[in-house]
Design a protein around this ligand. Structure first.
Ligand SMILES: [Zn+2]
Ligand SMILES: [Zn+2]
Length: 615
């Protein structure tokens, strides 16, 4: 346990102490630290509500102020059972009823394991620890919410109240945490996505399936264009592949039937289904026969790789052709449990910024470096300079890995060296490699300091073998290429979701769905309207996403609306601007920036878009 986890878990003991002071009959189950806090499960006739928190927190403060020592005592199993039977565990004193959950827990502790109790003040709990030294080491805490949970997560067990809280070393850290939560709530991509009309999820279409609305599509297209441009500079070839492929293809790759629980079920053609129905084939028989390969069908593609392998294999390849770099914004489908789905960041259909590189072993280092330099360019353009990489290496003690150990050494070194050239922190994680090769994962920190796992670069010795692909070497013989899978930003859905939160919806000009709006001060002035329309037409002709607010509203209302809609740049024009051949410039969130000559202002906008400037 980290120090923070010890603080939080210790605070759970203090929570139980306080609850017992108010409701001595409370029965406690488990109280572990969790991400961002802790909870304690309690069975109590009184339904604890947020209105009770102040009272409970008062008691907790008293316990912390008393600065009781967390005292650890090893006890024999019999004694632990006897204490539980006397109602003394997770209690302040013996009680009429047994500490029933603790009794169950003690009985399930394997023989030979040391059993310990911890005491703080009057409270005694069965617990393996560890804790902080004293209750006073809990610097700051707060109860946050109540949920319900079944004992041991089993719905056949009684339902308990799960009281959540959080704790920190000091008040400053706790306040920073809650300020961050507040800010994160404002930036939630699900909320902003709706307000700014960036995407839509419709029950009628299906859970976890993203409908990209016009404004969100603009952002996605701008990102794809940007990434695509960089890929062309790096010598990638664009390909397109279908959304479904035959089961046999995924049998060869190993994706089916091994990962079937994370895939949509196979599609079987109508004739086959009809024939099977006549035979009286049951659903489970059908499913078994599909899995066994007796019946063919199609799969909504869970991965693009096998299709790119087939493009590679569609013609003879020589060492002179290598590396072959095939890129596709390829849409794949995975079956996520509905409880796991979350806006754009956990979905069932998504488009990967995918590519597969086929190269010689010697080319692996340069190709990995190429992948990393792409990531660096894209992230720095987006103002996400704070990121780290994790290098997944093989577990030296395991025999599960495919491929020649010498090749592994080379590929692992290549990953390590490439990560080292990035100039960002990286960690090596033995045992985190896939069975078919080492990999590099990207984790970016957004402006709030939250970490997001994006995509990966993976070296693969396995798929080339499974599909038996070759290239002709300089020696005239056939050689097996190495394959590199890379989707550094993960998927367009996830990446866009992360960007919405990173920018809080205030996209830089080149990504902003509404780049410029022309706001004439007086719509009754015909000359001014003509000036505004000409400005609008010029910007549109130059490819800018521009609108004209020709409503009769007062200018403050127009500005207000444009700010709410997060229009990036506003050209406010009045009679005086027109006469001077100028505009008054406003930028979203930055207010009025003063008068600019018309031509210069347009040129500035175009330059900012072209150069993909951050502001
Ligand atoms: Zn404990
Ligand atoms: Zn792949």
């Amino acid at each position: 346990m980290t120090e923070l986890e010890r603080i939080r878990h210790s605070c759970a003991h203090v929570l139980a102490t306080a609850i017992l002071k108010i409701w001595p009959e409370a029965q406690f189950a488990a109280g572990p630290p969790v991400e961002n806090g802790f909870y304690y499960d309690v069975d109590l006739p009184h339904r604890i509500a947020p209105e009770d928190f102040a009272r409970i927190e008062e008691e907790m403060k008293r316990e912390i102020k008393a600065n009781h020592v967390f005292e650890r005592v090893e006890i024999p199993r019999d004694e632990a059972i006897a204490m539980a039977e006397r109602g003394e565990l997770a209690a302040l004193a013996p009680r009429e009823t047994a500490s029933r959950f603790k009794l169950d827990i003690v009985r399930n502790i394997p023989d030979g394991e040391v059993i310990t109790i911890f005491r703080n003040g009057d409270f005694i709990d069965l617990c393996a620890g560890p804790h902080v030294m004293r209750t006073g080491n809990i610097g700051a805490f707060k109860l946050t919410h109540v949920a319900s949970a079944y004992y041991k997560g089993d719905e056949n067990n009684p339902q308990l109240q799960r009281i959540y809280g959080t704790a920190f070393k000091n008040k400053t850290e706790m306040e920073a945490y809650f300020a961050l939560l507040e800010e994160a709530k404002k930036r939630d991509h699900r909320k902003l996505g709706k307000e700014l009309q960036l995407f839509h999820i419709d029950e009628a279409v299906g859970q976890g399936l993203i409908l990209w609305t016009p404004k969100g599509s603009i952002i996605r297209q701008a990102l794809q264009d940007f990434i695509g441009e960089e890929l062309r500079k790096q010598g990638y070839d664009q390909v397109f592949t279908p959304h479904i492929g035959r089961l046999g293809l995924y049998r060869t790759s190993g994706h089916f039937p091994y990962y079937s629980e994370s895939q949509f079920p196979p599609l079987i053609d109508r004739e086959t289904l009809g024939a099977l129905a006549e035979e009286g084939c049951s659903c489970s028989e059908l499913s078994n026969r599909v899995a066994a390969g007796e019946i063919d069908g199609y799969l909504l593609k869970p991965m693009n790789c096998p299709m790119h392998v087939k493009i590679y294999a569609s013609q003879p390849r020589s060492y002179r052709d290598l590396p072959v770099r095939l890129a596709e914004f390829g849409t794949v489908y995975r079956w996520e449990q509905s409880g796991e789905l979350n806006g754009m960041t956990r979905v069932r259909g998504f488009t990967q910024d995918d590519a597969h590189l086929f190269c010689t072993e010697d080319q692996v280092p340069a190709e990995i470096e190429g992948c990393l330099s792409l990531v660096k360019t894209v992230l720095s353009t987006l103002g996400m300079s704070d990121y780290r990489v994790r290098v997944g290496l093989r577990d030296p003690d395991s025999a599960k890995y495919t491929g020649d150990p010498a090749d592994w050494d080379k590929a692992e070194n290549a990953c390590r060296n490439a990560a080292g050239t990035l100039g960002v922190p990286f960690t090596e994680e033995p045992g985190e490699a896939a069975f078919y090769g080492p990999k590099i994962d990207f984790v970016v920190k957004d402006v709030l300091g939250r970490e997001w796992q994006l995509g990966t670069v993976q070296v693969d010795f396995n798929l080339p073998k499974r599909f038996d692909i070759w290239y002709k070497g300089p020696d005239g013989k056939d050689h097996r290429p190495v394959m590199i899978h890379r989707a550094p930003f993960g998927s367009m859905e996830r990446f866009t979701g992360v960007l919405i939160e990173h920018f809080a919806g205030n996209f830089p000009l080149w990504l902003a769905p509404d780049q410029v709006r022309v706001l004439p001060i007086n719509t009754d002035d015909e000359a001014l309207m003509a000036y505004s329309q000409a400005l609008h037409a010029d910007l549109r002709a130059a490819g800018v996403r521009v609108s004209l607010d020709a409503s009769g509203d007062r200018i403050n209302g127009k500005i207000q609306r444009a700010e709410t809609e997060k229009v990036h740049t506003m050209f406010v024009v009045g009679k005086r601007d027109m006469e001077a051949g100028a505009i008054s410039l406003r930028v979203h969130g930055r207010g009025n920036l003063g008068t600019r000559p018309r031509g210069g202002a347009v040129e500035e906008v175009l330059a900012s878009i072209r150069e993909r400037r951050q502001a």
